[in-house]
Structures are given as structure tokens and as C-alpha cells.
Design a protein around this ligand. Structure first.
Ligand code: ADP
Length: 494
């Protein structure tokens, strides 16, 4: 019953197991049938040719008897034992001599016909009597009336007969004699037919055995696939933790590895979605609670309080809008194709520095420019770079200098921003690049915690990474981009 699942068929057709079995059985049955039929017909042909040869030998022997010559062939017991010099004097004695000398073998008969009448029989026991079918005798006599030797087949009262007839005439005797020798083909083929009936039953038993073995072997081979399918159907979105055990090292185990890999990817994608939902819920709760609390306690008769609460509510709504925009951007980044173009990093560095200079409260220094032209999406890289600029401005003391630059190292170029802030606390380096990962610096600086994840996503969409070195004296954040080999050649001489 363990195999009941495999045996099931769906509405689209037969199960794989049944189809495998049907194919094996079809090949086996066709093979056995072709082998059997070939052997049967070859053997049958040999027997029929043998009958014809023996019949022709009978006629040769008869001729030898009638003419008194030594027969050309020997080795057959039914032929005359020795040549004779005596020529029969008349037709009757010639036919009689032939019948006396040529002894019919098994499944064989002979008859002497004188003037169209079955007149003479061999002296020995014969398996069947041609004279019992006068129509056949008459037909044979008619066939040889032109004096020729005839070999033919007859199907009638005597069964399936192969015969030879030779006219015998002795000069000076008006009587017309015919010597007929015949074989019962059915009897001759009987042994062969019996052997092939046995073959049929053996082939049937072999097919049944092949079917039985094939059924179990197919079931055994398909069992791992069934296990994969059962495990796959057990795994649901709410529990993606199960993995299918990998057994052996074959195609099926490869399939298991592939399916497990798919579950891994699904698991991380769905967990990512879940984390995002949790994070977003958590992040949206705070402004909603703040606005709600203020609205509940609002004294609508106090115009100053109304104005202050209005400003606060609008501020929180703006923050929520920013948050939603950032989430949207973060969700789109991995799927959104980059619009890359060869970009001169020197000009890009200068442009980012120029834009940063618009942010008040800091001294913006253009420290270094990498003389490189490379294939990037300049819009996205500028966005990420400006995010680093914005963070540096937010998290470093007022009026402190902030350096902006780009540096080429081997086959990469780094676009960086260096500040003189407090730096990142040890151990928080990884967390700040996670969604909503913020470090409570106690400075009350508001942010969504999505800035650095966006920078990271942009860097990674370019095949690059983010870099960070930080101490209490300041931080240096960078976007490290790989240079394509051909782009490197376009480099402006340093
Ligand atoms: P947000 O700035 O909105 O909080 P970010 O993802 O941009 O979110 O930054 C995450 C955290 O990393 C910030 O909360 C801050 O604590 C820290 N951080 C980012 N840039 C700097 C910097 N230049 N100096 C010190 N800390 C920084």
C-alpha cells in the first residue's frame, strides 16, 4: 500500500510508473514476438524445402528404377539399395518396381496409378492413403498428362499435402503409369508447431516476469521523486524550514538539491518580506502614536496649540511620506534595470561636491578625484553618494570639515565621504546597513534608517559594495565600484 501514491493516475493520463512499465513490456513483447516469428518461419521454410528435396529425390530414384541406371544420389535409406540392370518389361511392373524399391518414410505416402486408376501401393505401412481422395488422384493425373513431372500442394480431405507426380511409360506398352509420392505437411510441421506453442507460453511467462520486475523496479526508481513531491507538498509559506534529505549522487539527488535551493531562495525572500512588513509596521506606529496623542490632548480653543499640533502632524506625515518613498525605492532597486553610460568619475566627484556645498553648516572639501571613465548609472550613484553626504552632515559637528573624493584602487573606484563626527560605535557597523538599523547616538537626529540600505542596494546593483572605516575621530563611508576591463583602458592618464 506504500506504493499506492505512485499507482495513482491523474486526469491527464497514466502515471509515470505505468508508462515506464508499458514501454518495457511493449519492447519485451515485440522483441519476443519478432524473435519467435523469425525462428518459426525460418524453421518452417527449412522443413518445406527439405520436403521438396526429398520429393525430388523420390522422382530421381524412380527414374533410376525405371531406366535401370544407378541413382545419382545416395544416403537416403528409402532409395533403392543398389542399382539394377533389369529394366521393367511393362508399365505396371515398372510402377510396381518403383513402389517396391522406394520405401515411404514417416508422414509420407506413395501411389501407383495405371491408366488413371489408383492401382498400386507400396508394400509397407504408410501414414496416409492418397487413393482415399480420388479427386486428388484425378487432378494429379491430369497435371502430368502432358508427360512432365509435377510438384504441387493440395489442401483437402487428406489435409495439407505436398506431392510430386512422375509419369511412367514403358516403350511398347500402351498403358500409362504415374508414380505419386506425397508428404503430409501438417504432420511434418507438427513438431515445430508444438515447439512454438511451448515458446508462446514461455514468452508469456517471461513477459509477465518482466512486467512484475519492471513494476517494482520502476516503483523503486520513482520513490525518491515521490519523496521530493511529498516533502514539497508539506512545505508551506508558513513553514518553509523543512528541507528534503539528499540521498545518493544521481539525477534525483540533483533534483532534490535544486528543489532545496529553490526553497532556500523562497525562504529568504519571504522572510525578507516579513521582516520588511514588521519593520514598516513598527516604523509607522511611532508617528501615528505621536499625531494621535497630540490630537487627543489638543485644546482646540488655543490657536497657538492648534498651529503647533498642525505643524507637528504635517512634519510626521512628511516623515511617513519619506519613509514610504524610501521603502518603495528599496523594493524597486533590485528589479529595476540600471541605465548605465560611460561616466567620467572626475566630473561626477566635482558635481557631488558642488551639490554638497549647498548644505549649510559644514566646510565641503574636494579631496581627490579618480581619473577614470567607467560604465555606471550616474543618477543612482549620485543619489547614493549624496545620501552619504547627507549622513556626514547630519552626524558630524557643525562647521566641521567634510571631505569628498574618489580613489582608484586596482580595478575598482571608490566614491567616498569623510567626516569628523563621533564615528560608529564598535559592533554597530553591520547593523547600520540593515533596514531601519539606526544607532541611538542620543543626539536626537531623526532618520528613517533606510539611507544606508539604499546606498548598499545601489552599490550592489552595480556589482560593487559599500566601504566603511570609522573611529571616534570620524567616519569614512564609500561606494566601491568594479571597473570593467575595457573601461580601465579608457582611463584618463593619472
Ligand atoms: P538614518 O540616517 O535615517 O538614521 P541611515 O541608514 O542613513 O539612516 O543610517 C543608519 C545609522 O548609521 C544612523 O542612524 C547613524 O547612527 C549611523 N550613521 C550613518 N552615517 C553616519 C556618519 N557619517 N557618522 C556617524 N554615524 C552615521
Amino acid at each position: 500500500m506504500a506504493d499506492a501514491h505512485e499507482e495513482s493516475t491523474d486526469r491527464r493520463g497514466l502515471s509515470v510508473r505505468t508508462r515506464i512499465l508499458a514501454s518495457i513490456l511493449a519492447v519485451a513483447i515485440v522483441g519476443l514476438a519478432v524473435a519467435g516469428a523469425t525462428a518459426y518461419f525460418t524453421q518452417r521454410d527449412r522443413i518445406l524445402t527439405g520436403i521438396d528435396e526429398r520429393l525430388e529425390q523420390r522422382v530421381e530414384a524412380a527414374r533410376a528404377v525405371v531406366t535401370g541406371e544407378v541413382p545419382a544420389r545416395d544416403g537416403d535409406d528409402s532409395l533403392p539399395a543398389a542399382a539394377t540392370e533389369d529394366r521393367p518389361a511393362d508399365t505396371r511392373s515398372a510402377v510396381s518396381a518403383v513402389l517396391q524399391r522406394i520405401v515411404p518414410g514417416e508422414h509420407e505416402s506413395a501411389l501407383g496409378v495405371i491408366d488413371e486408376r489408383a492401382s498400386l501401393l507400396p508394400p509397407t505401412e504408410i501414414d496416409f492413403h492418397l487413393e482415399e481422395s480420388p479427386e486428388l488422384v484425378a487432378r494429379i493425373v491430369r497435371e502430368v498428362s502432358d508427360g512432365s513431372v509435377r510438384i504441387g500442394t493440395s489442401v483437402g480431405a487428406l489435409g495439407h499435402i505436398r506431392y510430386i507426380a512422375a509419369p511412367i511409360e514403358v516403350a511398347g506398352d500402351p498403358q500409362q503409369g504415374v508414380y505419386i509420392a506425397a508428404f503430409d505437411i501438417d504432420e511434418e510441421l507438427d513438431d515445430l508447431d508444438a515447439a512454438f506453442v511451448t515458446y508462446f507460453w514461455v514468452a508469456l511467462a517471461a513477459s509477465a516476469a518482466i512486467g512484475l520486475v519492471g513494476w517494482f523496479v520502476a516503483g523503486r526508481l520513482l520513490r525518491p521523486i515521490r519523496r521530493v513531491s511529498e516533502a514539497a507538498s508539506r512545505i508551506t509559506v508558513s513553514d518553509l524550514s523543512e528541507r528534503i534529505p539528499v540521498r545518493g549522487n544521481d539525477d534525483v539527488s540533483q533534483l532534490t538539491v535544486t528543489v532545496n535551493g529553490m526553497f532556500d531562495r523562497l525562504d529568504s525572500a519571504i522572510s525578507g518580506q516579513r521582516r520588511l512588513l514588521d519593520d514598516v509596521r513598527h516604523e509607522l506606529k511611532t508617528p501615528i502614536t505621536i499625531v494621535r496623542g497630540h490630537l487627543e490632548l489638543l485644546d482646540t480653543r488655543d490657536p497657538d496649540e492648534v498651529a503647533a499640533t498642525r505643524d507637528l502632524a504635517l512634519g510626521e506625515l512628511d516623515r511617513m511620506t519619506e519613509l514610504v518613498d524610501d521603502i518603495e525605492l528599496l523594493a524597486e532597486l533590485p528589479d529595476e534595470g540600471l541605465r548605465t553610460a560611460p561616466t567620467d568619475i572626475t566630473s561626477l566627484t566635482a558635481e557631488v561636491h558642488r551639490k554638497a556645498s549647498g548644505i549649510a553648516g559644514h566646510t565641503w572639501l574636494l579631496a581627490e578625484s579618480a581619473p577614470v571613465v567607467t560604465e555606471i548609472d550616474a543618477r543612482r550613484i549620485t543619489q547614493a553618494w549624496l545620501q552619504l553626504v547627507d549622513n556626514a552632515a547630519k552626524y558630524s559637528p557643525e562647521d566641521s570639515p567634510i571631505r569628498i573624493g574618489s580613489t582608484r584602487r586596482d580595478d575598482t573606484v571608490e566614491c567616498w565621504v569623510e567626516d569628523e563626527g563621533e564615528g560608529i560605535p564598535a559592533g554597530a557597523e553591520a547593523r547600520i546597513f540593515e533596514r531601519f538599523g539606526r544607532v541611538d547616538t542620543g543626539r536626537g537626529i531623526r532618520g528613517s534608517g533606510l539611507g544606508l540600505p539604499i546606498v548598499k542596494a545601489i552599490a550592489e546593483s552595480h556589482g560593487g559594495r559599500v566601504s566603511l572605516s570609522s573611529s571616534t575621530a570620524g567616519s569614512r563611508f564609500g561606494i566601491v565600484l568594479p571597473l570593467a576591463p575595457d573601461t580601465t583602458r579608457e582611463e584618463v592618464d593619472a
